[in-house]
Design a protein around this ligand. Structure first.
Ligand code: LLP
Length: 424
C-alpha cells in the first residue's frame, strides 16, 4: 500500500525530494475546478456574470496566465498587481483596480494602461480619480464601493463590510457619492460594489447585502443613470478543517439570484450583471505547503513540539488571525494519527503553525504537508529572519514545474545599499 500522501495526482514525497522543502504546491486542475463550479452555477441560474479573481490571495505571472486562459477577470489592489497582470499579457479591460488608498501614481498608471474598471473607495477618491482622468483626457469606467453594514461571521480583522470599517462609502452616503461621480466629467459610473468579509460560510449575509445594494442601484436609476454591474465581492469560505461548515457556491448563486430577480422586479430595475470576486475559494484548496520535520522536542506530560523548516515567514496566518490548519505526514499517510503534537516554525519566536494536532509518530526527515495553504500564504509571505521564500511548483495533470523560483541568498541582499559613511 502506498504510504504517501497524493495531492492532485502527485506523490507529495517525491515533489519534496525533487524541489526541496519548504515548498508551496499549487494544482492548476483544482483552480480550474473551482472556477468551473462558479461558472456552472451562474449559467444554471441564468444570470449575466463575471468572475474577478482576487489577486491578493495569490498572484504571479503564471497565475495570471491561468486566469487569462479561463476567460475571467482580475481584481487588483496595487500598482504591483497591475504590473504583474500586464506583464502576463492580461487584457487591461479584464483588470479591475480596487484599494482603499490608491496613490495618484497608481491611478495614473491604471488609467494609462486602460484598466476596465476603477472601484472608487471614498469621497476623496472621487475627486482624485476624476482629476487624473481629466488630465489624461480619458473617460474612465468606475464603480464605487459601499460598506453595506452587514456583519459576516468571520474573523474580526477580515470583516470588511461593516459601517465601522476603513473600506468603502457608508451605505447612507451612497446616493451622495453617486451624484458626485455622475457630475465628474471624465468618470462613467457603471457599477456598484460591496465586499462584506472573507471566509464566510453562509450565503445569508450576501443576500442581505444584495438587497441593500439593489436599493442603491434603484436610487441611482432615479438620477437617470442605469447601473450595469453589481459586484458582490468575494469572501466565499473554504474548509480548512474537515468539520468546518461548507460554503456551497451553487446554493450561494441560487440564493442571490432569487433575491436579485425578486428585488429587481419590485424596484422596476434591469437585472445588473453580477460580478463576484473570490480569491480564497479559487486558490485556497488548490495549494498545500510541504515542510521537512527537523527538531522534535518532548516536554514530559506537557507537549511534544515538532519543528519544520518554514513557518510564519511563509504562512503568517496562524500568528495573525489564529488560523487553524490541518496537516498530514506525507510519508506516513496511512499510519494511525495517535500522537498529539504542536507544529512550530523555525522563526525566532513562538511561531506556532498548528497547535495540537494528531499525527502518526514523527521523526526528523519526515515530510509534513499542510493543507489548504493556497490563499494568503505565498502572497503574505515575508523574509523574516532573512529566510528565503520557498519556490512554488505548479501541477497540471501529470506535469510539475516551477511557477516561482526559490529565493537565493543573493535575492535577500539585492536591494541593500551601503550609505557612504559605512563604506569600507
Ligand atoms: N474583493 C475585495 C474587495 C476584497 O477586499 C477581498 C479580500 C476579496 C475580494 C477576496 O476575498 P476572499 O474571496 O479571498 O475571501 N489576508 C486575509 C484575507 C483578507 C481579505 C481581504 N480582502 C486572510 O489571510 O484571511
Amino acid at each position: 500500500m502506498n504510504e504517501h500522501f497524493i495531492f492532485a495526482g502527485h506523490d507529495t514525497v517525491a515533489l519534496a525530494k525533487k524541489f526541496g522543502t519548504p515548498l508551496y504546491v499549487i494544482s492548476e486542475n483544482k483552480i480550474i475546478e473551482a472556477i468551473d463550479l462558479i461558472k456552472k452555477s451562474f449559467e444554471e441560474y441564468g444570470l449575466d456574470y463575471d468572475i474577478n479573481y482576487a489577486g491578493k490571495a495569490f498572484t504571479n505571472i503564471a497565475m495570471v496566465k491561468i486566469i487569462k486562459q479561463q476567460g475571467i477577470s482580475l481584481d487588483t489592489v496595487s500598482g504591483g498587481e497591475i504590473y504583474t497582470a500586464l506583464k502576463a499579457g492580461l487584457d487591461p479591460k479584464r483588470i479591475c483596480f480596487h484599494g482603499s488608498n490608491k496613490s495618484a501614481q497608481e491611478i495614473r498608471e491604471a488609467i494609462e494602461a486602460g484598466v476596465g474598471v476603477i472601484t472608487i473607495d471614498s469621497f476623496y477618491e472621487i475627486g482624485l480619480v476624476g482629476r487624473i482622468a481629466k488630465e489624461l483626457e480619458t473617460v474612465q469606467n468606475v464603480h464605487f464601493r459601499v460598506s453595506p453594514g452587514v456583519e459576516a461571521h468571520t474573523h474580526e480583522y477580515i470583516q470588511t463590510g461593516r459601517i465601522d470599517s476603513k473600506f468603502g462609502i457608508p451605505v447612507n452616503m451612497a446616493v451622495r457619492a453617486a451624484r458626485m461621480i455622475i457630475d465628474e466629467e471624465y468618470l462613467n459610473l457603471t457599477g456598484v460594489h460591496c465586499h462584506i468579509g472573507s471566509d464566510i460560510s453562509s450565503p445569508k449575509p450576501f443576500e442581505i447585502a444584495a438587497t441593500t445594494m439593489l436599493e442603491i442601484v434603484y436610487n441611482i436609476k432615479e438620477m437617470g443613470v442605469e447601473i450595469e454591474a453589481l459586484n458582490l465581492g468575494g469572501g466565499f469560505g473554504i474548509n480548512y478543517l474537515h468539520d468546518d461548515p461548507v460554503f456551497d457556491v451553487e446554493e450561494y448563486v441560487h440564493t442571490i439570484s432569487k433575491i436579485i430577480r425578486k428585488q429587481c422586479d419590485i424596484l422596476g430595475i434591469k437585472i445588473p450583471k453580477i460580478i463576484v470576486e473570490p480569491g480564497r475559494y479559487i486558490i485556497g484548496p488548490a495549494g498545500i505547503t510541504l515542510y521537512s520535520i527537523g527538531t522534535i522536542k518532548e516536554i514530559p506530560y506537557l507537549r511534544k513540539y515538532i519543528s519544520v523548516d518554514g513557518g510564519m515567514a511563509d504562512n503568517p496566518r496562524p500568528a495573525l488571525y489564529g488560523a487553524i490548519y490541518h496537516a498530514v505526514i506525507a510519508n506516513k499517510y496511512n499510519k494511525e494519527a495517535n500522537e498529539l503534537y504542536t507544529v512550530s516554525g523555525k522563526c525566532c519566536e513562538t511561531d506556532m503553525l498548528i497547535k495540537d494536532i494528531l499525527l502518526p509518530q514523527a521523526a526528523p526527515g519526515d515530510i509534513l504537508a499542510v493543507l489548504n495553504t493556497g490563499a494568503y500564504n505565498y502572497s503574505m509571505a515575508s523574509h523574516y529572519n532573512r529566510l528565503q521564500s520557498p519556490p512554488v511548483v505548479l501541477l497540471k495533470d501529470d506535469k510539475a514545474e516551477l511557477m516561482v523560483k526559490k529565493d537565493t541568498y543573493e535575492n535577500l541582499i539585492q536591494n541593500d545599499v551601503v550609505p557612504s559613511w559605512l563604506e569600507d
